[in-house]
Design a protein around this ligand. Structure first.
Ligand code: FEO
Length: 164
């Protein structure tokens, strides 16, 4: 059975993952508004993955005989200055999520909670990918400096993403 310390920390993480989902859905709406449907599709795929992350914690707590407690989710931002600003915010947000996953792992070590350690290893690997993807879009956008045609080409490429 999961102990209360680990359960409470994972319940906090569920809220963070749902907030990520909400934030990315808001970013998708921002891109739709700018007629960048590829960027919007990428954000929608990212949003779906975040809900998946939240549900992994949700199901794990239940499997271990714990209690899921959902928290309030704050309203996300709705406006950004540019596509680059959005991408930089995704990168910064993912770095924050990595820090909270790492803190959960440290807690699991301290609590000698071996099943949680194993489960969190999936998230540690996932965060490497999440940070890499965000950094790549930031780098691409910096390179093209928002020139119209290059932004449209990137929009086309991002539009091919399918949620895992
Ligand atoms: Fe759930 Fe993007 O980390």
């Amino acid at each position: 059975m999961i102990n209360k310390t680990m359960q409470d920390a994972m319940n906090e993480q569920i809220a963070k993952e749902f907030y990520s989902s909400y934030l990315y859905l808001s970013m998708a709406a921002y891109f739709e508004d700018r007629n960048l449907s590829g960027f919007a599709r990428w954000m929608r795929a990212q949003e779906a993955e975040e809900r998946g992350h939240a549900m992994k914690f949700y199901d794990f707590i239940l499997e271990r005989g714990g209690k899921v407690t959902l928290k309030a989710i704050a309203a996300p931002k709705t406006e950004w200055k540019s596509s680059l600003e959005v991408a930089e915010e995704v990168a910064a947000h993912e770095a924050g999520i990595t820090a909270s996953i790492n803190a959960l792992y440290e807690l699991a070590l301290k609590e000698k909670d071996y099943p949680s350690q194993l489960m969190l290893q999936w998230f540690i690997t996932e965060q490497v990918e999440e940070e890499k993807n965000a950094a790549e879009i930031v780098a691409n956008l910096k390179l093209i400096e928002e020139r119209g045609t290059a932004v449209l080409m990137l929009d086309h490429r991002l539009g091919k993403r399918i949620a895992e």
